[in-house]
Design a protein around this ligand. Structure first.
Ligand code: NAI
Length: 345
């Protein structure tokens, strides 16, 4: 689900895209996804590049220059999850990638999957998250022994462009309302500026309703009745947390796709992380990555292939016998991938 309209011009050759397998379950789930795309007859020329914790020793960074150059050149990528060490070690490869390529809009459609039992059956919302600043700016300091700070950086430019992304997306998809999620009662300047920009952009889009909600209340309302929300507009940290919460409303992290979109490039990836507890066991659910590839196809205007693959996934998930373990089913990664391929019409 990109914030940009799909191109109208017919493509002369295959889709050209960068592929970052990632680490943990990343290589397994991206490989499964490539198998499904191949079986669906989608013509994609992948440029495989390395990124992640395992390449730090080789390149001195988890996001090596060849990976960045490939995405800049092709403008399109599918990415597996990348592990980030907790409390120490290198800076998050994901944050670095999003900031370096200025992939400022994280767009995560969260929709109930027909036939898949989950907490709610009527969820259909889109999380639009600012992806480049806020508390993810990486500006942390030790000011005295036992005292540390982290700077929340908020700029008018970033708030305006993410607000525009949310409203343009709402308009393009015929959505009825954008809700800005904030904590401006406490963070009056930073979240205050976020709201000020959202309100300004809302005035330019009178056909889309606009409202605001404080984040703690929003979390509570989401778990009570997610159907009251449509497009959620959030700064970086709130968007990160609430998108996992939203995934939990429709079946969990294994089934929710995402994209990181800038003016020049788009990187598609699942909401979930590298799931170290499942890595190498071939038990992970590849649905989220496959649905991210479906969004990639829509982004480049390949709507027929996108619909075919999505329908095959939905047909699998509707049958309890063809679900993966995270959804209570009996299948591992490979058997599930085979089941999806068998259901491609
Ligand atoms: P996680 O999303 O990797 O896992 C959370 C839980 O969900 C685990 O129980 C895991 O087994 C399960 N899970 C996740 N994906 C699944 C799938 N496809 N199929 C079945 N079950 C699945 O989150 P966690 O454990 O907090 O983070 C692990 C690592 O991933 C960390 O290093 C974190 O920084 C990184 N991460 C990377 C992201 C990215 O590359 N975009 C996003 C989120 C986290």
């Amino acid at each position: 689900m990109s914030s940009q309209p799909p191109p109208q011009v017919p493509r002369p050759g295959p889709i050209r895209a960068t592929l970052i397998p990632g680490d943990g379950i990343g290589p397994e789930v991206t490989e499964a996804c490539v198998r499904v795309l191949d079986a669906a007859g989608v013509s994609i020329a992948w440029e495989r590049v390395e990124a992640g914790g395992e390449v730090v020793a080789k390149y001195g960074t988890p996001v090596p220059e060849p990976a960045l150059q490939s995405i800049r050149r092709l403008g399109l990528a599918l990415k597996g999850p990348i592990t980030t060490p907790v409390g120490e070690g290198f800076r998050s490869a994901n944050v670095t990638l999003r900031q370096t390529l200025d992939l400022y809009a994280s767009i995560r459609p969260v929709k109930s999957i027909p036939g898949l039992p989950s907490r709610f059956e009527n969820v259909d919302l889109i999380v639009v998250r600012e992806n480049t600043e806020g508390l993810y700016s990486g500006l942390e300091h030790r000011v005295a022994p036992g005292v540390v700070t982290s700077l929340k950086v908020v700029t008018e430019r970033a708030c305006q462009r993410i607000s525009k992304s949310a409203f343009q997306l709402a308009e393009r998809l015929g959505r009825r309302r954008v809700t800005a999620v904030h904590k401006a009662n406490i963070m009056k300047l930073t979240d205050g500026l976020f709201l000020e920009c959202a309100r300004k952009v809302a005035r330019d889009h009178p056909e889309v309703a606009y409202d605001e909600i404080i984040i703690d209340n929003c979390a509570m309302q989401l778990v009570r009745d997610p159907s009251r929300f449509d497009v959620l507009l959030l700064e970086n940290l709130y968007g990160d947390i609430l998108s996992d919460l939203c995934a939990g409303l429709v079946g969990g992290l294994g089934v929710v796709p995402g994209s990181n979109v800038g003016d020049d490039c788009a990187v598609f990836e699942a909401v979930h992380g590298s799931a170290p507890d499942l890595a190498g066991k071939r038990l992970a659910n590849p649905t989220a990555v496959i649905l991210s590839a479906v969004e990639l196809l829509r982004h480049v205007g390949e709507t027929t292939s996108a619909a075919r693959i999505e329908a095959a996934i939905h047909a699998c998930l509707a049958d309890p016998a063809s679900r993966t373990g995270d959804l209570g089913g009996p299948l591992g990664l490979d058997a599930f991938t085979d089941a999806v391929i068998a259901r491609l019409a």
